[in-house]
Design a protein. Sequence first.
Length: 124
Amino acid sequence: MESGFESIIKRISKEYTQAWNDWDIPKLESYLHTDVVINSPKISYVYPDKIDNRIQGRNSIIEYWERLFQIQKKFKVNQLSLEIIDKTVTTTNQIEGSNTIIQELFVLDQYGRIVELYYEYKEN
């Protein structure tokens, strides 16, 4: 049987994915801790000098996402799977209309806000 905590995390993951697909910036922001850290290979695509592919801070991440979608078209994802281990959530997502799979790992704080985000992209 699913615990209340797991149910909450599943809801957060579903709502976060929906906010991404709707490009609802205020909703996305509401899930991010102020000092959230993101690691993604797309970061150096937007900021070539960021060879560590890491950005910290909610406002910096929102700015990165906005710049990313000035360079490439926005995309929607379908969540294929979700795994929860304590406060760490791993999802597998597919970009709609493509064979690209995104592995997403996020870590939540005690209030359910995302403190760390990690992304990997693979062609299926």
